[in-house]
Design a protein around this ligand. Structure first.
Ligand code: SF4
Length: 426
């Protein structure tokens, strides 16, 4: 760690150092875990670990435990977990999993089962495979993030591709269902109707169509066609590998087309969308997203935006890192996280860590801007980045002092209703 720092390579080298000690003592009853709270970092670290283990030799095939640590709670915690754990399971990496939510531990278990179920049921093997002669080397570095360099294309008044913010598409049917309240959707507004976008849907195995697209001098928005029995992630990876990078790509959560209300299971839809779209975003693929698997119009948009936030692709709200709590926790993590969320949820782009103790909390706050950490029973320490700046604040004052700290660092803005109220009072 001293040589490589707090990086995926540092995590891998540190784990290998301990593994070598164990092996020197002929001890082999261990597995590897590379947890991080940022799904991109976590995916890179596990991939790097597996590459290093393979290079060490066949007898380094120790099991791998997957987890996104400090994922937080609610939909955001589930989405972050699915992006990290689901992506790696889809890559064939992982033998055990833990979903770390800032909720009662029993709520973690159904999420774990939902993530592993397709693999335990052999679902990937039932899908059509991409034949070896159709496979292409990936065009990105799987160990570090870089967005695919497409060209910018204006669609329905929104820039898509070319480094523009990843756009959120919806279907005509959902747009019409929301039309009467579009102005009240705030940060969850749909941006483009997919049927009006001119998107070209292709089978990524169809060389003739891809060759014709690559010969087209104009950038075109391209996606994978529905109705193919391919797995979503390999299908889009193949498309990205064969398609000229200048053509932007529209990602979808499913290739099965829009779901019906009768067959809908919200959590399953959320986890599947987070796994498929989140994984591709973390590989730098995707200029627009469409969630088709969740039939409820508003919920499908919320899933889309929350995936973009969790993948670090489009930051439109406050980001929280919260530990799952354990025997060391010095305050009620769940109610405190909710209190902090209620007070700071409007601070776009600010990252706040809520950690139960100073033993592990500061080290696991990752790249949070501010930290709220249990210092002693009933006492809180506040952090700016990784530096503790306020100590032993009584718990009942600590959220207010956190807000003061955010103000002092010019990261505070009034919530919209407060701003409106102060405008009325002025
Ligand atoms: S209380 Fe401390 S050790 Fe326990 S989960 Fe939270 S940060 Fe980790």
């Amino acid at each position: 760690m001293n040589r490589y720092g707090d990086t995926p390579l540092g995590m891998v080298e540190s784990a290998l150092e301990f593994a070598r000690i164990a092996r020197r003592n002929d001890y082999h009853n261990f597995l590897f875990s590379m947890k991080a709270s940022n799904p991109k970092v976590m995916i890179e670290a596990y991939r790097l670990l597996v590459a290093h283990l393979s290079a060490q030799g066949e007898d380094w095939n120790y099991p791998i435990h997957l987890g996104v640590t400090e994922a937080g709670d609610g939909e955001d915690g589930r989405i972050k977990s699915a992006i990290g754990i689901g992506s790696l399971l889809a890559d064939g990496i992982g033998d055990t999993v833990r979903v770390s939510l800032t909720e009662d531990a029993v709520f973690e278990i159904p999420v774990c089962y939902a993530l592993v179920q397709p693999y335990n049921d052999g679902e990937p093997a039932r899908r059509e495979t991409i034949q070896p002669e159709q496979q292409q080397p990936v065009r990105y570095d799987p160990f570090s993030y870089q967005r695919r360099a497409s060209e910018r294309l204006p669609i329905s008044g929104i820039d898509v591709g070319g480094g523009a913010t990843v756009a959120v598409f919806t279907s005509r049917e959902k747009w019409d269902a929301l039309a009467h309240k579009l102005d009240r959707l705030g940060d969850y507004k749909p941006e483009v109707v997919v049927e009006d976008s001119g998107v070209i849907a292709v089978d990524p195995r169809d060389d003739a169509t891809i060759t014709a697209l690559n010969a087209d001098p104009q950038p075109r928005l391209v996606t994978v066609a529905e109705g193919l029995a391919l797995r979503v992630i390999p299908a889009f990876r193949l498309l990205a590998a064969k398609l000229d990078a200048r053509h932007p790509i529209l990602l979808k959560d499913t290739l099965e087309g829009p779901a019906t209300v009768e067959t809908a299971d919200f959590v399953q839809n959320l986890l599947r969308a987070a796994t498929n779209i989140g994984s591709l975003l973390c590989d730098g693929i995707g200029d627009a997203v469409l969630v088709n698997g969740e039939p409820a119009p508003g919920q499908s948009l919320r899933i889309a935006y929350n995936i973009l936030q969790a993948a670090g692709t489009r930051i439109f709200k406050t980001d929280y890192v919260a530990c799952p709590s354990c025997g060391r926790t010095l305050f009620n993590l769940q109610s405190t996280t909710q209190k902090i969320r209620a007070a700071t949820g409007h601070l776009k782009g600010v990252r706040i860590a809520v950690m139960g103790c100073i033993v592990n909390g500061p080290g696991e706050m990752a790249d949070a801007d501010f930290g709220y950490v249990g210092g002693a029973p009933g006492k809180i320490n506040l952090y700016v980045g990784k530096t503790a700046v306020k100590f032993n604040i009584p718990e009942d004052e600590a959220v207010a002092r956190l807000i003061d700290l955010i103000r002092e660092h010019d990261r505070w803005i009034d919530a919209p209703h407060e701003a409106a109220r102060s405008g009325e009072e002025a």
